[in-house]
Write a protein that binds this ligand. Structure first.
Ligand code: MRU
Length: 346
């Protein structure tokens, strides 16, 4: 199984997603600043994986902090990690989980606090894989047998601690004996679909076909696609979904062509404090990601660029949201509130 991130005695080990698929290289972050840099530069990316990295970043930061003045150092560690990327709410979820634990441990020694935080970060990582498998179990029955699934970006093992959300549903459907193949949008400008989704599906022997983003409408109209499944970076209380730029267009095209559009995401991606998607902060990334492909300039010097990394799909385009606690359908304000309140093993 592909494992994206791992806690090791020497540091936080991650597969470098900026180098895939040409090179499979693992980097070891030995400080919280290195973890923050890895998130910022997208060595690690994908909402759940960012949440795990943030929890591990907090743990490594506390491990290296001085025992004196720990509270102030803890705040600085959390603030640095929280400043890396604004859209995926899992980042803040991971940090908040560590903050709550830290607040309950302040009577302990620095060594004991460190041990507990490291154990918690490892637990966040292990739980993420279990959560994704549960998402897969809930989602697999929705996938028609002998069908093609269209996905956008990478919501796979590489975007999580392992197994994936959208691709977790694909994996679970395949494990249940269904014959599935995947069409992967290349996902300009960062090419998560071409570089990462195709790589990990090939790794698992799941048939994958790469298309450019502007081909999605053609294939949705052709009747070839059984359903669309994507991940999410943040889901507002009314079911509006922030995900990789281009998702909105795919969702509109899916509805136009009567193809179900599913969002697979853990409950940690819900942000019920936001009434709708207009409140979700959208990260704007460097213009070089648009003017260049893999370091090679495509646009003239001085080109004015916009590069929002995410867009928001209004809830009316979402057929269902698949979580580890079950499947939510419209009206999402009620169904998501119920999911969030549901107690279970996960
Ligand atoms: O900019 P990225 O690569 O971090 O964006 C990732 C996505 O948009 C994913 O679809 C989302 O995080 C869900 S991952 C399970």
């Amino acid at each position: 199984m592909i494992q994206t991130i791992l806690w090791k005695p020497e540091g936080v080990v991650m597969i470098d997603q900026t180098r895939l698929p040409l090179e499979e290289i693992y980097v070891t972050c030995q400080s919280y600043q290195e973890v923050a840099d890895a998130i910022r530069t997208m060595v690690i990316r994908g909402a759940p994986a960012i949440g795990v990295a943030a929890a591990m970043g907090v743990a490594i930061g506390v491990q290296q902090a001085d025992a004196a003045g720990l509270d102030a150092q803890f705040e600085a560690i959390c603030a640095e990690l929280a400043s890396t990327r604004p859209t995926a709410v899992n980042l803040f979820w991971g940090i908040d989980r560590m903050k709550r634990l830290y607040a309950s441990l302040r009577h302990l020694s620095h060594r004991e606090i460190t041990e507990r935080l490291v154990a918690e970060a490892i637990l966040v990582c292990e739980e993420d894989i279990e959560i994704n498998k549960a998402i897969g179990r809930h989602g697999a029955p929705l996938v028609p047998d002998n069908s093609t699934i269209l996905t956008h970006c990478n919501a796979g093992a590489l975007a999580t601690a392992g197994y994936g959300t959208a691709l977790g549903v694909v994996r679970a459907a395949v494990e249940a004996g269904k014959t599935i193949d995947v069409f992967s949008d290349e996902t300009r400008p960062f090419l998560q679909g071409a570089r990462l989704t195709v790589w990990e599906l090939q790794h698992d022997g799941i048939p994958a076909t790469l298309i450019t983003d502007n081909m999605a409408g053609h294939f949705l109209h052709s009747g070839r696609i059984g359903c669309v499944i994507v991940g999410a970076d943040r889901i507002a209380a009314n079911g509006d979904v922030a995900n990789k730029i281009g998702t909105y267009g795919v969702a509109v095209l899916a509805k136009e062509n009567n193809v179900p559009f599913y969002v697979a995401a853990p409950v940690s991606t819900l942000d019920l404090t936001l009434p709708d998607g207009t409140h979700i902060p959208i990260e704007e990334r460097a213009s070089a990601e648009v003017t260049h492909i893999q370091g090679v300039r495509m646009a003239p010097e001085g080109t004015v660029v916009r590069n929002p990394a995410f867009d928001v799909t209004p809830n009316r385009y979402v057929t269902a949201i698949i979580s580890e606690r079950g499947v939510a359908r419209a009206p999402f304000t009620e169904s998501l509130r119920e999911l969030a309140a549901k107690r279970g093993s996960l």
